[in-house]
Design a protein around this ligand. Structure first.
Ligand SMILES: [Zn+2]
Length: 127
């Protein structure tokens, strides 16, 4: 007897949380992580993808990720100084831009570093 009905195999699933996702989905509906390269090419979606990277890095226990976050942030912080010290630019706009850059990247670096140190302390255990 020939089996006509082939059981439908499992559809695509998220490589991070293994929950089923639709074939056309660019982001996992459960964990929100990017699933396709479109997630990085679309300007709006790339912001979401970048946010996902920062959220993931905020809970890292790997020193390489921490170093990478600092290396990624240093050029942006440098740009904040350049904008602030540029004599040609408008002073108000320069100060506002610099405050935004320092607040955002300062908060990201503080949180990533503090979480990393806390996680390392927890891993090494009491004593
Ligand atoms: Zn997922």
């Amino acid at each position: 007897m020939e089996e006509e009905q082939v059981a439908a195999g499992p559809g695509p699933c998220c490589p991070h949380c293994f929950s089923p996702v639709e074939e056309t989905a660019h982001f996992c509906p459960r964990c929100g992580r990017p699933l396709t390269s479109f997630a990085a090419t679309d300007p709006i979606q790339s912001i979401r993808t970048e946010g996902q990277l920062y959220r993931g890095a905020a809970h890292t226990t790997r020193p390489l990720v921490l170093i990478g976050m600092w290396l990624l942030s240093i050029p942006t912080l440098g740009m904040g100084f350049v904008v602030l010290l540029d004599p040609r630019g408008e002073v108000g706009a320069a100060i506002a831009t610099s405050i935004c850059v320092f607040a955002l990247y300062g908060a990201i670096l503080y949180r990533v570093t503090a979480n990393y140190l806390r996680a390392r302390k927890k891993l090494s255990g009491p004593g």
